[in-house]
Write a protein that binds this ligand. Structure first.
Ligand code: NAP
Ligand code: G4F
Length: 343
């Protein structure tokens, strides 16, 4: 086992859960930055500690915020990690239209704060940085499918614009001061840990609740958009592999398979023996002023240089998420039954 230390920003998110699990399995001590919130935002990481009790002591959480450069610099200086994974972001594309300045402050200026802290640390101790870049930077423009590292960026949201800035800051620090900094250009990746307002999880949560009689409708936006959906557990392996290379570089991570939102709906409802048309209503509030129509990645570079490939198929991903959320819906139904019997 290696004795290395990693710092993860965004440790409380979906990818934070899977990356922490992976790094603990590899023997790392994992430090994570968490935001103070009025409600508990550590449920995923608390669950991981329960799942890996022998490794729980190697997870150390610190209060901080990507927009608070002073706290970030202090933490990076004190922890002096071997690797930094910058996963923290205002990660919701639709929300970024409502909060463009905040999205820029966290996703672009925040990434710059991380790089600047790493640059200072790198003067006394080598550190490697992973930046969570995204397929949203491509904008899904007609004629660009499949998108690779050579595809021009054309961001279609404040989220995409901020992530393009962070991408180039990362390249700039690599070129100007020799920082080992990589961009992982990850296409959509999902899991039972996915945030509840992203389209896949929204569908699996709603469909399983409909199956259990807890909900009767599901309000959706654009069903024609197409995405390259992989499993988050597979994708964090690629993040780690990028930082183990002899030279820093940028990599597309994707499955190369594209499905529409409607196909995802059909797959989930069919698995539950339901007809989605009976429950889904189209609601304009979920449409975006500018939509990213088609994302499908060409990850040949990662497959060749990192030896990485996705292990989970679209059908397996749907099965994983439906099975998980069906358990949640059954618990909710049983609790509701108990409550009504007790009055
Ligand atoms: P997520 O579940 O939304 O997690 C985001 C994390 O960032 C959470 O831990 C959140 O903390 C934290 N965060 C937000 N604002 C922060 C701030 N100002 N300071 C410190 N932490 C902050 O996102 P994810 O799906 O794990 O994605 C991880 C990263 O990959 C993000 O940068 C995302 O943009 C990028 N990405 C994701 C995908 C995908 O399909 N999942 C694809 C490409 C790129 P709270 O828990 O307190 O909210
Ligand atoms: O699940 P989504 O919200 O993900 P989106 O916008 O593709 O962004 C995700 O993937 C990016 C990588 O490409 C990440 F960088 C980003 O952080 C995030 O993780 O929406 C997927 C598609 C969109 O075209 C959207 O318009 O689903 C469509 N959609 C249709 N109805 C909906 C809904 N999206 C959401 N969230 N909710 C709906 O009701």
């Amino acid at each position: 086992m290696v004795q290395r230390t990693a710092l993860i920003t965004g440790i409380t998110g979906q990818d934070g859960y899977y990356l922490t699990r992976l790094l603990l399995e590899k023997g790392y001590t994992v430090h994570g930055i968490v935001r103070r919130a009025s409600t508990m935002n550590r449920t995923r990481i608390d669950q991981l500690k329960l799942e890996m009790p022998d490794a729980a002591a190697r997870v150390i959480l610190h209060y901080g915020d990507l927009t608070d450069a002073a706290s970030l610099h202090r933490l990076v200086d004190e922890i002096a990690p071997d690797e930094i994974y910058n996963l923290a972001a205002q990660s919701h594309v639709r929300v970024s239209f409502d909060t463009p300045l905040y999205t820029q402050q966290v996703n672009a200026d925040g990434a710059l704060n991380v790089l600047e802290s790493a640059r200072v640390l790198n003067n006394r101790k080598p550190v490697r940085v992973y930046q969570a870049s995204t397929s949203e930077m491509f904008g899904g423009m007609p004629g660009t499918v499949p998108q690779s590292e050579a595809t021009p960026f054309h961001p279609r949201s404040p989220y995409g614009c901020a992530k393009v800035a962070a991408f180039y800051y990362t390249v700039h620090y690599r070129e100007s001061c020799g920082l080992f900094a990589c961009n992982g250009i990850l296409f959509n990746h999902e899991s039972p840990m996915r945030g509840e307002t992203f389209v896949t999880r929204k569908i699996t949560l709603a469909a399983t609740r409909i199956k259990m009689g807890l909900q009767s409708t599901l309000r959706m936006g654009n069903l024609k958009a197409e995405r390259d959906w992989g499993f988050a557990g597979d994708y964090v392996e690629a993040m780690w592999r990028m930082l183990q290379q002899p030279q820093p570089d940028d990599f597309v991570i994707s499955t190369g398979q594209m499905h529409s939102v409607e196909e995802f709906l059909v797959a989930v409802f069919t698995r539950l023996e339901l007809d989605w048309r009976e429950y889904v209503q189209i609601d304009p509030q979920y449409f975006r002023a500018t939509e990213v129509e088609q994302l499908c990645g060409d990850s040949r570079k990662a497959r060749e240089l990192l030896g990485w490939q996705p292990r989970t198929s679209f059908t397996q991903l749907v099965d994983l998420m439906v099975a998980h959320d069906l358990r949640l819906a059954k618990q909710e139904r049983d609790l509701a039954g108990l409550a009504s019997r007790s009055v």
